[in-house]
Design a protein around this ligand. Structure first.
Ligand code: WQD
Length: 342
């Protein structure tokens, strides 16, 4: 059996593509499934250009249970799965809850049903700090209570974790890890892959870079009257390559049998909280530009503060984030300039 064959679903997405690069750098053979609903084949070219190795790619919609079964008949020698494929726009999920529950949960169920039948059942789930809601204590540990989700998107991550936990409880051969991402930002240093938001970006950093490149007139800072030092919300912004590397070490933990239980969760962040204004100041520092922004009303559903306690990932995964906020913001800006031809 090829002990290096890994399936990455959603592997042409923002975090997925960066994870495929790091998997290939570690010598894994990668198979990507993506339905191209929120990505393009250009990303496959970018990955191949960076690593010199073309992943196997299959365009497949994981909502089609039969197609998923057929896929695993062909690829029964997969030894690990990293499951990114999901819809992830918080606002959209409020408008279209059923689309989110179908796309994020049915696909997870079909995947798990097949993974449990593999000879080597190792599964990494793309979860999110959104499961904590507004945590009571900072930094947030993995033991912080999961709070009622603020959106159907967040609910799919909570329910997804519960589904995996329940399946692991009755399938001792299944080994799974949920990685709870904080705020992924930035791009690969080559500027050959990065974040490609469709339409008007919902997230802060792509909106900043698109404002600086002239695509947006100005950035609206959603609220400066929060109970924080400068009045703006605080988040834990982690470089997407550091986040990608966390997936590789989590997978290696399972492949080596180093996990202490067959279901574990890990926070993946920097452990540092940065306010919206501090992110803007970081961008201005690294770009040498003055960003056009204005204060606006608070955005409904926003929490005030979230940053990770990363002790568990540091000690048990032997992983820690390496990049500073400035390095992440510079990589985001270099990517923006590349795709805008600046
Ligand atoms: C960060 C801060 C905004 C845009 C979301 C998802 C989370 C995860 C990461 C998937 C907030 C402020 C933003 C803007 C602004 N996604 N902001 N002007 O909301 O922390 O997390 O993305 O897993 O699940 O909820 O990230 O980048 O949208 O916002 O002022 O134009 O920037 O109010 O304080 P968020 P974000």
């Amino acid at each position: 059996m090829n002990m290096k064959k890994i399936l990455v679903t959603g592997g042409l997405g923002f975090i997925g593509s960066h994870t495929v690069v790091e998997l290939q750098n570690e010598g894994f053979d990668v198979v990507i499934i993506d339905n191209l609903s929120n990505s393009s084949l250009d990303v496959l070219q970018g990955i191949t250009s960076i690593t010199g190795k073309a992943p196997i790619f299959e365009k497949l919609d994981l909502k089609h249970k039969y197609s998923v079964k057929e896929f695993f008949k062909t690829h029964s020698d997969i030894v690990g799965v990293i499951h990114f494929a999901a819809s992830k726009a918080v606002g959209e999920s409020v408008e279209q809850p059923l689309m989110y529950y179908e796309n994020n949960l049915n696909t997870l169920i079909y995947m798990l049903d097949e993974v449990c039948n593999l000879a080597s059942s190792n599964f990494i789930f793309s979860s999110s700090c959104t499961v904590y809601g507004q945590a009571d204590e900072m930094p947030i540990t993995e033991n912080a209570p999961v709070k009622p989700a603020e959106s159907p998107y967040g609910n799919t991550k909570q329910i997804g974790e519960e589904i995996i936990s329940d399946v692991c409880r009755v399938n001792s051969n299944l080994n799974a890890i949920s990685l709870r991402y904080f705020n992924p930002i930035g791009a690969h240093k080559s500027a050959k892959i990065g974040e490609l938001p469709i339409g008007v970006p919902q997230n802060l950093v792509p909106f900043i870079t698109q404002t600086a490149s002239g695509l947006r007139d100005f950035l609206s800072v959603f609220g400066n009257d929060y109970p924080t030092p400068d009045g703006t919300c605080i988040r834990d912004y982690i470089h997407v390559v550091d986040l990608a590397k966390a997936h590789v070490v989590a997978l290696q933990r399972l492949l080596k049998g180093g996990n202490e239980a067959n279901y574990e969760t890990f926070n993946v962040g920097t452990g540092v909280g940065s306010s919206v204004l501090e992110v803007i100041q970081s961008f201005e520092r690294v770009s040498g530009l003055k960003l056009k922004y204005q204060f606006a009303e608070r955005r409904s559903g926003d929490i005030i503060t979230a940053y990770a306690n990363t002790d568990k990932a540091n000690s048990k995964l032997g992983w820690t984030s390496k990049s500073t906020l400035d390095e992440a913001m510079l990589s985001a800006w270099n990517w923006e300039k590349k795709i805008r031809g600046l």
